[in-house]
Design a protein around this ligand. Structure first.
Ligand code: GRF
Length: 225
């Protein structure tokens, strides 16, 4: 998509509550995120994210994974929906299905995920408990491009929170979620403005390779652009 021609067409995949989806919706309705939300998809009919989408007037569909014999046919069904709406960018936002290499390759450079840890620390599940048990002073979340490696694609932006003495996984998760609601819209804003791209498996900001992810709060020009 050429950003001067039309707004970036964004689809969001959710499995649950969808507070990150809501952060994208809110930024868009406030006028601080120049995108066109074209579709919200879930594998779970009960996902509250579907309600959030419909409330915001965004087309919302459920593609139940249990109705498909294998991952590949489920991914093909999702892909057909994304192609019908001509999605330029696909956001995984609490989407709890592992995608096939074929799906990931098809949308390479156009597929983003948000993961609740300071990657490369703690890929996979249960990240808050693992950070507490390791005695980490800091925890947080990372927005990254999706590659075949689980939670391992080029990192774009991180938000950090200090781990408090009396934190449990739940209290820490609440604070991490708050920074997620800032970093996901920021990452999408950078892509929508044409400043952030992914080429040959690397992320580039303003045509410079992003060796380390941006840090929320340490990149003052982010919101101004
Ligand atoms: C977030 O913590 C995100 O990092 C992880 O799943 C959670 C989704 O939360 N991938 P929500 O559904 O957006 O509230």
């Amino acid at each position: 998509m050429n950003p001067v021609d039309a707004a970036l067409r964004v689809a969001v995949l959710v499995s649950g509550g969808g507070t990150n989806l809501q952060a994208i919706i809110d930024a868009h309705s406030r006028g601080t995120l120049d995108i066109e939300p074209v579709l919200v998809l879930s594998n779970n009919a009960q996902a509250y994210g579907l309600v959030r989408a419909r409330t915001a007037g965004i087309p919302a569909k459920c593609v139940p994974h249990a109705s498909f014999p294998d991952r590949a046919s489920f991914d093909e069904a999702i892909s057909a929906q994304l192609d019908t709406v001509q999605a330029d960018l696909i956001l995984l936002a609490g989407f709890m299905r592992i995608l096939t290499p074929g799906f990931v390759a098809k949308y390479a450079g156009r597929l983003l995920n948000i993961h609740p840890s300071l990657l490369p620390l703690y890929p996979g599940l249960d990240t808050h408990r693992r950070a507490i048990e390791a005695g980490d002073a800091w925890h947080g979340s990372t927005v990254h491009y999706v590659t075949e490696k689980l939670d391992g694609g080029p990192r774009i932006i991180q938000g950090r929170v200090p781990v408090a003495q009396d934190d449990d996984a739940e209290s820490l998760a609440r604070r991490v979620l708050a920074v997620e609601h800032e970093i996901y819209p920021e990452a999408v804003r950078l892509i929508a403005s044409g400043r952030l791209t992914c080429r040959d498996g690397d992320a580039f900001l303003d045509n410079r390779k992003l060796d380390e992810p941006l840090q929320l709060g340490e990149f003052p020009t982010l919101s101004a652009t």
